[in-house]
Design a protein around this ligand. Structure first.
Ligand SMILES: Nc1ncnc2c1ncn2[C@@H]1O[C@H](COP(=O)(O)OP(=O)(O)OP(=O)(O)O)[C@@H](O)[C@H]1O
Ligand SMILES: [Mg+2]
Length: 243
């Protein structure tokens, strides 16, 4: 079995990483895969958004050598919650490949790693464990700077033939074409990163409501525009990832 592992990262906070991670995981599970979401965020938002106990033992305990049971959010969709233990010294001082080693042998067809904002050591654990990365930005210049930093790191791993993603795509998130920055963004980014695959996820209340109501997207709004956009991204992941 080829296990497909994708990280979702941005460096910047609040740009839609968790929303996209949970949405893509929901799509992959609805397609019949056994999917694990690994929440690498001390905020544990992915666990909350998918409707499982965000305070249960999860990713931190896995990294500390225990065997926490992933929590079932929906059929085929399991979650290892994040939580404040991820900021402890024992996790922060791990080798970047430690999570990769643990995840690779887990019995899931697809693993989605939701990286936190601002914490580079946790982000690195997620990136190195993945074969592909969704680098998320919205139209704000600070977010574009954050995405650029993540892509710079990925490029440095790839050029030095280090373990980690060989492919990445840029996700233009929270796009609302009525806003002038959002109208200009896609063309600018396509020009600047012409060699990188792009996807757009529009601003959509179905996405914020699914998270707030703690229902996976494909159970909440399977026929929404967001569901279609995330299905396109999920398809790229499954077609692109090779072990
Ligand atoms: N495309 C979208 N349409 C509508 N609301 C969105 C969209 N993407 C994200 N949101 C909302 O924006 C907020 C931030 O999203 P989210 O938590 O996914 O971002 P994040 O990058 O994971 O944040 P953090 O850096 O704190 O982990 C949430 O309230 C979420 O519901
Ligand atoms: Mg998040």
């Amino acid at each position: 079995m080829i296990q497909c592992r994708v990280a979702v990262a941005a460096r910047k906070g609040g740009v839609g990483k968790t929303t996209i991670a949970c949405g893509v995981a929901s799509v992959l599970a609805k397609q019949g895969r056994q999917v694990l979401v690994i929440d690498l965020d001390p905020q544990s938002n992915a666990a909350y958004a998918l409707g499982v106990d965000p305070t249960a033992p999860g990713t931190a305990e896995l990294l500390m050598g225990n065997a926490p049971d992933p929590l079932e959010a929906a059929s085929g969709l399991a979650v290892l919650p994040g939580g404040p233990n991820l900021t402890g010294q024992s996790v922060q001082s791990l080798h970047p490949e430690d999570l990769a080693d643990l995840v690779k042998v887990m019995p899931y067809d697809a693993v989605v790693l939701d990286c936190p904002p601002g914490n580079e050591s946790l982000e690195r654990l997620g990136l190195v464990a993945a074969q592909a990365t969704l680098v998320v930005t919205n139209a704000h210049p600070f977010a574009i700077i954050g995405a650029n930093r993540v892509m710079g790191l990925l490029e440095s791993y790839r050029s030095r033939e280090r373990r980690g993603p060989k492919q990445w795509a840029l996700i233009l998130s929270q796009v609302d074409e009525r806003r002038s920055l959002d109208k200009e963004l896609p063309a600018q980014l396509v020009q600047r990163y012409s060699d990188i695959k792009h996807f757009t996820v529009h601003q959509d209340t179905n996405l914020s409501q699914a998270g707030a109501q703690q229902i996976p997207l494909m159970d909440y709004a399977p026929r929404s525009r967001s569901a279609a956009e995330l299905t396109t991204i999920a398809q790229w992941i499954t077609e692109t990832v090779h072990d």
